[in-house]
Design a protein around this ligand. Structure first.
Ligand SMILES: Nc1nc2c(ncn2[C@@H]2O[C@H](COP(=O)(O)OP(=O)(O)OP(=O)(O)O)[C@@H](O)[C@H]2O)c(=O)[nH]1
Ligand SMILES: [Mg+2]
Length: 253
């Protein structure tokens, strides 16, 4: 699967069996610890840097084509008149998504992962260096379209946004649990297609709850900017919550 991290062999669940050094997968376990350990160090650095500048950072995750860039376009159109916003785009190859974001008028950097199937925290730290970031702003990171590997890699973000779309089927939260467990919010996109496909919104909502009771589910149609108001309200609440956390921690120092 991924030529960089070997993530087809990574397991996000803690291993229950004691490690038997005579078993052939010991090298894989060591590699796993090393890859994730290195990522954690970069993620921590990114987080410190972003928190110091009060930059609310959101990691956008979905399968390929669920509508992340379309949602970003609508979001940027709404926010850019009053907020400083930045975008890091992750794709295996090309600049197509960065060009779309640039057309809306937002500073953006494209990261190409080559054979890699997710962004990692070190790549994001290079992205941070390349952007003209300013304090009290917003940063969206559009991850590579993939419901599996990006769930394992903390980028230093404050919030995770999972975009699901109706043509993918209502069973995805149960089949790809890790990505849904890590979500702070789930956007159910392409709801305009509901009359034409078999998708039970209540079944989807209950499967999200099963994995992650705290994640709000927002139905939307990114192409028509429908549901965007609820998403923007959620976003502005996150900014307020982070502001309160900062005030609390600075009053304790
Ligand atoms: N019908 C419908 N189509 C949508 C909607 N949102 C996005 N699309 C279409 O879905 C396709 C993929 O949208 P993108 O926004 O590029 O999806 P993405 O998640 O950014 O894709 P990758 O970056 O390749 O993973 C495009 O043809 C969009 O026009 C929606 O709400 N309804
Ligand atoms: Mg995209």
């Amino acid at each position: 699967m991924c030529g960089i991290c070997g993530c087809s062999s990574l397991s996000p669940e803690p291993r229950r069996e004691p490690l038997d050094l005579s078993k052939p997968d010991t090298t894989l376990v060591r590699l796993e610890a090393r890859v994730l350990g290195k990522n954690e160090r970069f993620a921590m650095e990114n987080k410190k840097r972003l928190q110091a500048e009060r930059i609310l950072t959101l990691n956008l995750l979905s399968s390929p084509g669920a509508g992340k860039t379309t949602l970003l376009e609508r979001t940027l159109e709404a926010l850019l008149p009053t907020r400083a916003v930045f975008v890091i785009e992750g794709d295996q190859q090309g600049e197509l998504d960065a060009e779309r974001v640039r057309r809306v008028g937002c500073p953006v950097v494209q990261i190409n992962t080559g054979s890699g199937c997710h962004l990692d925290a070190q790549q994001v730290s290079h992205g941070l260096d390349a952007l003209p970031l300013v304090p009290d702003s917003l940063l969206f990171i559009e991850n590579v379209g993939n419901l599996v590997c990006p769930a394992l890699f903390d980028l230093g973000e404050a919030r995770r946004v999972v975009v699901a779309s109706t043509p993918e089927g209502d069973d995805k939260p149960r089949k790809y649990p890790h990505i849904f467990r890590g979500a702070d919010v789930v956007l159910l996109n392409k709801c305009d297609l509901l009359p034409y496909i078999r998708f039970d919104v209540e079944r989807f909502r209950s499967m999200v709850r099963e994995q992650n009771p705290r994640a709000e589910v927002i139905e939307c149609v990114a192409t028509q900017a429908s549901g965007i108001a609820a998403w923007l309200a959620w976003l502005s609440q996150q900014g307020a919550d982070l502001g309160r956390q900062e005030t609390r921690s600075s009053s304790h120092t």
